[in-house]
Design a protein around this ligand. Structure first.
Ligand code: URA
Length: 260
């Protein structure tokens, strides 16, 4: 265990105390062999995984009730910040809720905060966020004037790993409520995580991107949704920017057609 936490530190990965504690609980003190294979010792099934006395389903029910009670974006943001159901909350700085214009016709939904977002409390403000801003500017959109930006997960996962199914499940009622309150005409799902999660798709982002889908919230609000490649991916693979450009042109056209 000591070796693992030292290795994380050397790699610049913040040590996830909650995870370490979970590993210690399933490993008798000093038994490094059992601690080395935590997944084998404790297989995880998202719907019954417990956090405290509550299951993920219990936390999702609580999130639904809190989200439904919020009638403004400020009230929703306060409910999210006060929510204790995400296992990620213990290992990050703060909840990152949204940025931009509430009520804008365009809503961008990303994967979740990284280090810079966690530090500043705003979505998409690191390098990928700067590229996202440029992409939006290319079609006359900005968070200052006509776009609302949020994520499918509000708390930074340790080491910037992808959020897990139960982490997404407890955020989802808040995501849906934000859509219902802000009433966008078009949602852009930035990257595979939000696209696959919102659409409950078995396809990957390469197949989903550049296509339009209908998204309906449990509260009955229906909206067009177009997945795009995540800007962080585009920073790593600039050769795919032509695909992103085609998708942006589609988004611009559809927003015009939808009266946005
Ligand atoms: N990537 C995301 O998907 N969301 C952010 O807020 C930042 C980076």
């Amino acid at each position: 265990m000591t070796a693992l936490t030292e290795w994380w530190t050397e790699m610049g990965v913040p040590v996830d105390i909650a995870r370490v504690e979970a590993l210690l609980k399933i490993s008798p003190a000093g038994d490094e062999r059992k601690a080395a294979k935590p997944e084998a010792a404790a297989p995880v099934a998202a719907p019954v995984r417990r956090r405290g006395a509550k299951t993920v389903a219990d936390w999702a029910t609580e999130a639904r009730a809190k989200a439904a009670a919020a009638t403004t974006l400020d009230a929703l943001a306060e409910a999210i910040r006060g929510f204790e159901g995400s296992p990620l909350k213990a290992s990050c700085e703060q909840a990152v809720v949204s940025d931009g214009v509430f009520g804008a016709s365009l809503m961008v939904i990303g994967e979740g905060p990284g280090a810079e977002e966690d530090r500043r409390g705003l979505p998409f403000v690191g390098k990928a966020g700067q590229l996202l801003d440029k992409m939006l500017a290319a079609i006359g959109r900005s968070r200052a004037e006509n776009a609302l930006i949020t994520n499918v997960n509000y708390w930074r996962p340790p080491g910037n790993r992808n959020p897990e199914a139960d982490e997404l499940a407890v955020c989802r009622p808040f995501v849906d409520r934000m859509i219902e309150l802000s009433k966008p005409k078009l949602i852009v799902a930035a990257g595979g995580v939000p696209a696959v999660s919102l659409l409950a798709s078995t396809d990957g982002i390469m197949k989903l991107r550049g296509n339009e889908f209908a998204y309906a919230t449990p509260g009955g609000y229906s909206v067009a949704l177009i997945p795009i490649l995540h800007p962080a991916y585009l920073l790593r693979r600039p050769q795919d920017k032509s695909r992103a450009w085609r998708d942006l042109l589609l988004i611009e056209k559809r927003l015009a057609e939808l009266g946005g």
